[in-house]
Design a protein around this ligand. Structure first.
Ligand SMILES: Nc1ncnc2c1ncn2[C@@H]1O[C@H](COP(=O)(O)OP(=O)(O)OP(=O)(O)O)[C@@H](O)[C@H]1O
Ligand SMILES: [Mg+2]
Length: 237
């Protein structure tokens, strides 16, 4: 059960939005997802409260540096993916979450030139590698990217990341009203009404591509149903 952490010490980079998109898409695919909410604004917990039951998805609120490893240990048998949402400031929970992660995703706004919060997380990962020889796989995910034009700001951000050899996901998260509205309506992109939300089909496609790229990067094997296990044992004999 891999742990995926979204980290950027700059507020508003798109962490919680990306957490919501990834967790709902993975849950929709049948994975059991536990979201660990360490964001002091509790947006994901609030969304979960107004959404009612979302199959395969559980959210744990008020996660702290000390409770984080405990939640992972207690839920590892009922979880395929843990997803951690962190505060948009420098805080002690950042270091503990990074240390427990199988992959760190760093959302960086493609529409803003300020990538300093992302750079801080990258420096922490580099420090861990150089000083403690702990290598934690990580990638930047570009967020709030304009669907129509490639802006100058986006090219600058991409150029800076390439210069530093930072891995960047192929799928960027596009600026979409559906990704904002979902926090007010609750539910998922698939329970939203396409007649009321513009470009909902494109938003769904974007979220799916994003989740599938992460599933390829951080794979987990679903337990095989008993009948298939029996068949594969027989065919192996
Ligand atoms: N792809 C997107 N399309 C449209 N709106 C977005 C998108 N990503 C983020 N937003 C909006 O930008 C704002 C900040 O996003 P979000 O809360 O996801 O960032 P955050 O990194 O979690 O912030 P914080 O550091 O404060 O926790 C929110 O109002 C959110 O609705
Ligand atoms: Mg947040």
């Amino acid at each position: 059960m891999p742990v995926i952490t979204f980290a950027n010490t700059k507020g508003g980079a798109g962490k919680t939005t990306a957490v919501l998109l990834l967790s709902t898409e993975l849950a929709r695919k049948g994975y059991r997802v536990t979201v660990l909410d360490a964001d002091p604004q509790h947006w994901i917990s609030h969304w979960h409260e107004i959404s009612g039951t979302v199959p395969n998805l559980n959210v744990i609120d008020f996660v702290t540096t000390t409770s984080l490893p405990q939640h992972i240990a207690e839920n590892k048998h009922n979880t395929d993916y843990f997803i951690v949402d962190l505060p948009g400031i420098r805080s002690p929970v950042l270091a503990s979450a990074i240390g427990l992660s199988d992959h760190v995703l760093i959302p960086v706004q493609g529409c803003a030139m300020d990538a300093r919060g992302g750079a801080h997380v990258l420096e922490m990962l580099q420090y861990l590698e150089e000083k403690a020889k702990i290598v934690i796989p990580h990638s930047v995910v570009l967020t709030r990217v304009n669907s129509m034009v490639t802006t100058r700001a986006l090219l600058i951000v991409k150029g800076l990341l390439a210069q530093r050899n930072v891995p960047v996901l192929d799928t960027a998260i596009i600026e979409r009203s559906a990704f904002r509205d979902i926090f007010d309506c609750g539910g998922t992109l698939h329970t939203m009404d396409p007649t009321r939300v513009s470009n909902l089909d494109k938003a769904r496609e974007n979220a799916l591509c994003f989740a599938e790229e992460i599933m390829r990067k951080v794979p987990v094997r679903l337990p095989m149903p008993m009948v298939n296990q029996g068949r594969s044992l027989l065919s192996a004999a």
